[in-house]
Design a protein around this ligand. Structure first.
Ligand SMILES: CC(C)(COP(=O)(O)OP(=O)(O)OC[C@H]1O[C@@H](n2cnc3c(N)ncnc32)[C@H](O)[C@@H]1OP(=O)(O)O)[C@@H](O)C(=O)NCCC(=O)NCCS
Length: 254
């Protein structure tokens, strides 16, 4: 039953799989889950070290490391698989697809060492989740049903069901088929460099105005021998278009 379901599952999900014999001979994800099935049964019977050893043999043979304590659902497909690490308290729902290089890790709890033993430290993946190659899902977070995690993402927070999450750190860009529009972080955060340039420019303009007044006073003295103090020329106003600093500021939306 389990064997037939696993073989049919891989044939259904992987266009490269041509026959059951090919899957039995050539699919490390298939082998790794077999090792895990055995190791997990021992783990549940509290036969811990042999369980770890079988898990280790599975890792040597397949390049996929699944801790015997991890709970793996039905019809899970680990494609290619090399470099996949699934931690002790991870839970993987039915029909999940995991590509090579994926880590379901303990996140910050790993730093606590033995203090975090026997606590939930690894993620829970809902049903039908797809985790792209090289993605990291870290910590005791919940990734909802039918979430797609982009290759190379690092997911550190719960993800709602039916979402697409991408990037580092992972952020939801689609939910229930709708694009999730988030303000660009650049617009959210004050741009300190631009503020500094703007403030410098204002300071410079004030200094230029002061200088122009002083020059006028000196000219008045030379021409009349007395200060008029009334007839200063207008300080040259910037037309806002030719000054490179203005051009830069306008280009930045200021
Ligand atoms: C993220 C993923 C699951 C989404 O797939 P999808 O829903 O079919 O949609 P798309 O591929 O069209 O991508 C949807 C959006 O995610 C973006 N995206 C896709 N992959 C991404 C990645 N790795 N990092 C960042 N953004 C990504 C796309 O640019 C697109 O953005 P847009 O709508 O603003 O243009 C998929 O692209 C993916 O990464 N799958 C894993 C594949 C994999 O690891 N294969 C290994 C085979 S060996």
């Amino acid at each position: 039953m389990y064997l037939r379901e696993s073989l049919n599952n891989i044939l259904e999900k992987d266009p490269a799989a041509r026959s059951k014999l090919e899957v039995i001979l050539c699919y490390p994800g298939f082998h790794a889950l077999f090792f895990h099935k055995f190791a997990h049964a021992l783990w549940l019977k509290n036969i811990r070290t042999p369980a770890r050893f079988i898990s280790h043999l599975g890792r040597v043979f397949t390049g996929i490391e699944i801790h015997p304590g991890a709970t793996i659902g039905r019809r899970v497909f680990i494609d290619h698989g090399m470099g996949v690490v699934i931690g002790e308290t991870a839970e993987v729902g039915d029909d999940v697809v995991i590509y090579q290089g994926v880590t379901l890790g303990a996140g910050a709890a790993a730093r606590q060492g033995a203090m975090s033993r026997d606590t939930k430290r690894h993620p829970t993946l809902g049903q039908g989740v797809i985790v792209g190659s090289g993605a990291e899902i870290q910590g005791a977070i919940v990734v909802g049903d039918n979430v797609r995690v982009a290759s190379g993402s690092i997911v550190l927070k719960d993800v709602p069901p039916n979402s697409v999450v991408v990037g580092v750190p992972g952020r939801v860009i689609y939910q229930d088929g709708q694009k999730v529009e988030k303000p660009c972080p650049v617009e959210e955060a004050p741009d300190l460099e631009l503020q500094a340039i703007k403030s410098l420019k204002e300071h410079l303009e004030a200094v230029e105005a002061k200088l122009a007044r002083l020059q006028q006073k000196m000219r008045d003295r030379e021409e009349t021998g007395s200060l008029s103090g009334q007839n200063y020329p207008t300080v040259k106003q910037n037309d806002g278009g030719s000054d490179p600093v203005d051009v830069f500021l306008q280009g930045s939306g200021i």
